[in-house]
Design a protein around this ligand. Structure first.
Ligand code: HEC
Length: 137
């Protein structure tokens, strides 16, 4: 019970800090893993990132979103985290899914109400993968 309360507190702290154009690391950043991040990015059912983006490390990519090549040279880790957590902060009309937000989402299947698409760990794993995969020429 104590644990649950703590994670609820951490979660609302993260959500509050997410205002603005960047989002500071969550506690899960300490355990972030590049390989897990790569698998998540690759997974078309779970995340679908490659359906919309061309991403270094993957042969086939989509063109609906910006090409993520060189990403770490134009955005800070905190800006990247924010854009994945909730792209609506940057563009309210964004059609990129908000992967770490439960607010203002419509047509959510009942079992998924109140749940984020990515876990906090998944979010951090993906940020770490993108930083690693785009760190330079
Ligand atoms: C349905 C299409 C779609 C999907 C799926 C999608 N994105 Fe996006 N993404 C976009 C669009 C469009 C933008 C441009 C900003 C905007 O209009 O929201 C964007 C912007 C971004 C940016 C900022 C890029 C920049 O150069 O400013 C990052 C980082 C990003 N997406 C990462 C991801 C990751 C990681 C995933 C998977 C977890 C993902 N996206 C899934 C469409 C998508």
């Amino acid at each position: 019970m104590k644990r649950l309360l703590l994670s609820a507190l951490l979660f609302s702290a993260a959500a509050a800090a997410a205002a603005g154009d960047s989002m500071p690391p969550t506690p899960s950043a300490q355990n972030a893993d590049v390989e897990r991040g790569r698998k998540l990015v690759q997974n078309r059912q779970e995340t679908g990132c490659v359906l919309c983006h061309t991403i270094p490390g993957f042969k086939d990519g989509g063109e609906m979103g910006p090409n993520l090549t060189g990403l770490s040279q134009r955005l800070t880790p905190d800006q990247i985290r924010m854009r994945i957590a909730d792209p609506r902060v940057i563009n309210p009309q964004s059609f990129m899914p908000a992967y770490f937000s439960t607010e203002g989402l419509h047509n959510v299947a009942k079992p998924l109400i109140g749940k984020t698409v990515l876990s906090e760990q998944g979010l951090e794993d993906i940020v770490t993968y993108l930083l690693e995969a785009t760190k330079g020429p």
